[in-house]
Design a protein. Structure first.
Length: 716
């Protein structure tokens, strides 16, 4: 029995089981149930003759194959997903009547898809990109989709700019280059003309855009939504997912190398964690703002380029989500799942955020082309566990067999069924928001402060994070060929933070203009007066926000961390066993890496299985490195350039490393480490020689020792 089977079968799992198929012990058949006798040869006129048109078995097989592909998602094409459940900690009745947020004993099934945005279906997981974080709750009152990202703001304020943004970031249309990368001219051309994107750019240039794992990312609903309680009272709400493993990232050099060594790194990581029973968990958090406080802040709650700092409105953790089952079939589930921010339940409602309003149109529309028609809600993964009764009928691939002659409302022939649901029966009622105003194409002035929260984000970062963000901009703009685009970007960055602009400009061979002119906003109507559309200088809502820095994330666990153990024949069994025991006790996963596959013999003559050879393993795929003691083992490893490169790279990427006994000799074979070890008697941060396994556990929990990196002089 698979570990995941031991978990309580959820309602959705039962529902899906009606459509699952298992061929174990069965005869091969055609799609129409005819047992097939020969699946190796087509029907021919004579042994060497032409294939006959009559061969319905061949034709069925090839025709189905020819039609196997559907269009990939226009954005978020590359993804991975898992099943699980959500449970609220205490009733949220005071704020919302949403049924799944009332009863702490209720487990609501969920299906969650994580994704990158720009790359195509086969692109690398480690692109510098936003990650999608889409959750489908199969509630007893219908499907609720929380279609969020791992970054709490967005590039643009109005849905009408979305096709422009996506065209700019996708591979350039003349040569389809580059794949899954924003480091090219069209993206930065667009961005450099759109000051409203600056806050999001700070996030996407930070290490948040290269997560260590989907399991170590935050999720955000981005827009402000509404909670509505049974009395019809509304609260504004922002949604958060907080991973229990903390928020962690890799570094850019590593990301680029992982893309070559294992482009499925995140997909594999999610899959393996669940198969191993290390179920990923997130706490669900809400920031609640009363209706009366709508205009209390310097920023507009409807502006999706703004956060509400947690210092102003704390995140209240109201529940937990656990992912405990991998999909049975990637296409049927992960590919065919159709999310839509408009799939909501009573107790939750929208606001007038103009980005959200546009999304409410887009998602159903895109499923119509992607999944081929209006019945995509009947596909098993999309099917509601709450019963569905209405007068919608027919269309391609209709599955439901509606009985009776009535498909209209009002009707008397069907006894008036199905009945409209009263509010107390869960009938959805839109929030009766008062709207007074002229019909205009325009944007509220309250959306015009484009820089203060970008500054807040930058200034809330740790030194190492600032350095990485600076380097990311240097990399991305360094790949841009048009000098004028780079110059415009330096101008915009100087509005955020002068040192940041200077450090980026230096690397690009540019100068920051002495006098900082207001940047021009090019996103204005043809007859608009540019003066009316200039960004306004706002004040950051708080000076610093700890929650914005990954440095302040929880660093108290090494659960599921991947530890590389370098060893060869003659290794010291005791030191390996001591470390193995201590690390595995804390939930880490060890991989024994040796020059060749098979087994290695300890100095005492006992055999241990090798999990990977130096040829198939790579330092960038691990969180930490342990070098076993044992003179002969270390001697062998020293003769392997791949072993030396392994520790050298782990050092470069600031990973915790431990060596016991002669193991330190392998570390010293790396020039970088030797230089550092030679500096004084104390060891460089995160390098543990002849230390206890427990000290190694604490070092791994720190994730990285960024202090090892070279820093710019002017960072702040
Ligand atoms: Fe999406 N987005 N989006 N988006 N989005 C899609 O729907 C769109 C936006 C997000 O795993 C598409 O089924 C518009 C913000 C996720 O299947 C499409 C606008 C946020 C996913 C679409 C936005 C998201 C999508 C493409 C601006 C974070 C993947 C395929 C108005 C809050 C869901 C599809 C999955 C997917 C449109 C902006 C998140 C075309 C028009 C902001 C996680 O409908």
């Amino acid at each position: 029995m698979k570990k995941t089977d031991s978990f309580e079968a959820s309602k959705k799992t039962e529902d899906l089981s009606m459509n699952t198929e298992n061929a174990e012990g069965q005869l091969l058949t055609s799609n129409h149930g005819l047992p097939i006798n020969d699946d190796q040869n087509s029907l021919k006129a004579g042994e060497r003759g032409a294939t006959l048109l009559e061969d319905f078995i061949l034709r069925e097989k090839i025709t189905h194959f020819d039609h196997e592909r559907i269009p990939e998602r226009i954005v978020h094409a590359r993804g991975a997903a898992a099943h699980g459940y959500f449970q609220v900690y205490e009733s949220m009745e005071k704020y919302t009547k949403a049924h799944f947020l009332q009863d702490p004993s209720l487990k609501t099934p969920v299906f969650v898809r994580f994704s990158t945005v720009a790359g195509s279906r086969g692109s690398t997981d480690l692109a510098r990109d936003v990650r999608g974080f889409a959750v489908k709750f199969y509630t007893e009152q219908g499907v609720y989709d929380l279609v969020g990202n791992n970054i709490p703001v967005f590039f643009i304020q109005d849905a009408i700019k979305f096709p422009d943004l996506v065209h700019a970031v996708k591979p350039e249309p003349h040569n389809e280059i580059p794949q899954a990368a924003s480091a090219h001219d069209t993206f930065w051309d667009f961005i450099s003309l759109m000051p409203e994107s600056m806050h999001m750019i700070m996030w996407t240039m930070s290490d948040r855009a290269i997560p260590r794992s989907y399991r170590m990312m935050e999720g955000f609903g981005v827009h402000t939504f509404r909670f509505i309680n049974a009395d019809g009272k509304s609260h504004f709400v922002k949604f958060h997912w907080k991973p229990l493993l903390g928020v962690h990232s890799v570094c850019w050099d590593e990301a680029q190398k992982i893309s070559g060594k294992d482009p499925d790194f995140h997909r594999r990581d999610l899959w393996e964690a669940i198969e191993n029973g290390a179920f990923p968990e997130w706490e669900f958090g809400v920031q609640l703002i009363s209706e009366d406080d709508e205009f209390k802040y310097d920023f507009d709650l409807l502006d999706p380029t703004k956060i509400i700092p947690e210092e102003l409105v704390p995140v209240k953790k109201i529940g937990k989500m656990v992912l405990n089952r991998n999909p049975d079939n990637f296409f049927a589930e992960t590919e065919q799942v159709a999310f839509h921010p408009g799939h909501i339940v009573s107790g939750i409602d929208f606001t007038n955020d103009p980005l959200l309003q546009g999304r409410l149109f887009s998602y159903t529309d895109t499923q119509l082309i992607r999944l081929g028609g209006p019945n995509f809600h009947e596909i098993p993964i999309n099917r509601s566990v709450a019963p569905v009764h209405n007068h919608q009928r027919d269309g391609y691939m209709r599955q439901t067999i509606n009985q009776g002659r009535v498909s209209y409302n009002p009707n008397s022939l069907g006894g008036g069924c199905p009945f409209q649901a009263k509010a107390m029966q869960g009938g959805f009622q839109s929030y009766t928001e008062r709207i007074d105003g002229k019909k205009i194409r325009g944007r509220s002035k309250s959306f015009f402060d484009h820089f203060s929260q970008a500054t807040l984000f930058y200034e809330s970062q740790s030194e190492a994070e600032k350095q990485h963000l600076t380097d990311a901009l240097r990399f991305e703009l360094g790949k841009v060929e048009t000098i004028a685009i780079r110059e415009r970007m330096v101008g915009l960055l100087s509005q955020i933070n002068k040192n940041l602009a200077k450090n980026v400009a230096d690397a690009l061979g540019l100068k920051v203009p002495e006098t900082l002119e207001q940047p021009v906003n090019h996103s204005i109507p043809a007859d608009g007066n540019p003066e009316d559309y200039q960004p306004v200088a706002g004040k950051p809502p708080v000076k610093k926000s700890e929650a914005l820095s990954m440095n302040s994330t929880s660093k108290n666990t090494i659960k599921t961390r991947q530890i590389a153990v370098l060893a060869a024949n003659g290794f010291d069994e005791k030191s390996l066993n001591d470390f193995k025991k201590a690390l595995e006790k804390e939930g880490a996963m060890l991989t024994i890496i040796a020059p060749k596959l098979g087994t290695i013999k300890s100095a005492g003559g006992n055999e241990t299985k090798v999990n990977q050879s130096l040829l198939t393993a790579a330092s960038v795929l691990f969180d930490a490195v342990f070098v076993c003691a044992g003179g002969k083992s270390v001697e062998t490893l020293l003769e392997e350039p791949d072993a030396v490169e392994f520790v050298d790279e782990a050092y470069k990427h600031c990973k915790p490393m431990a060596a016991v006994g002669d193991g330190v000799e392998l570390l010293k074979a790396s020039n970088r480490i030797k230089k550092e070890l030679g500096k004084d008697t104390s060891l460089p941060l995160g390098i543990l020689v002849d230390k206890s396994p427990e000290e190694f556990v604490s070092a791994i929990a720190q994730h990285r020792f960024w202090e090892r990196e070279k820093k710019d002089k002017h960072l702040n």
